[in-house]
Design a protein around this ligand. Structure first.
Ligand SMILES: Cc1cc2nc3c(=O)[nH]c(=O)nc-3n(C[C@H](O)[C@H](O)[C@H](O)COP(=O)(O)O)c2cc1C
Length: 177
């Protein structure tokens, strides 16, 4: 933990999967475990996949998606840990390839170099999860120390229900700091 007198700071990186609408559950669970939270959304996720105003109200900080300008102060403290949930096929592959063309990806790409723990909960359809590039990406990121939750494809069951997305698993993977 970088600031002894303050709560540890968790970046929640939200990608553009349908389950992102439920990210409030992760934010509240993290706060219940005594994390302070800042939300970073991919540009697509920020374009309508979850309620930005609700997330800002819950965390007390604006949801970030765009890069700041060099003159702007850093709006969040440095992270003590990062949770990527949901993690999309697109973001997992770009992250593993070292592409940093969004704030979310830049944050993820530098986390390993900062030596902070990162947990990721993929939400990827089975057809995409079978792509060899995705399998390589998972292996590469695991090799960098990223802690992955169990595969989740978000597909609807025959009875119309959807399996629960295990948001709290990201916190379990990070453990206590
Ligand atoms: C309604 C909707 C739901 C989606 N759900 C998923 C999903 O569960 N997993 C996924 O990998 N992509 C999903 N996508 C596709 C991604 O949004 C798309 O690949 C996007 O480029 C991902 O951007 P990001 O990784 O920067 O957030 C979904 C798209 C839509 C329109």
């Amino acid at each position: 933990m970088t600031r002894q007198a303050e709560k540890p700071f968790l970046y929640v990186v939200v990608c553009a999967a349908g389950v992102a609408a439920g990210v409030d559950r992760l934010i509240t669970a993290a706060q219940a475990r005594d994390w302070a939270v800042g939300v970073i959304a991919t540009p697509v996720a920020a374009g309508g996949f979850f309620d930005l105003e609700a997330a800002a109200a819950r965390t007390g900080r604006p949801v970030r998606s765009a890069w700041r300008t060099p003159a702007d102060p850093r709006p969040f403290p440095p992270p003590d840990a990062v949770a990527v949930a949901p993690a999309t096929f697109n973001t997992v592959n770009k992250w593993a390839a070292g592409i940093a063309d969004t704030l979310a990806l830049g944050t993820l790409c530098e986390a390993a170099g900062l030596g902070i723990p990162v947990a990721a909960l993929p939400c990827v359809a089975a057809a995409l999860a079978a792509h060899p590039a995705y399998l390589d990406s998972l292996a590469r990121l695991r090799g960098m120390g990223v802690r992955f939750g169990e595969p989740y494809n978000g597909e609807v069951r025959p009875d119309g229900s959807r399996p629960d997305f295990a948001w709290e698993r990201a916190l379990d993977l990070l453990g206590p700091l």
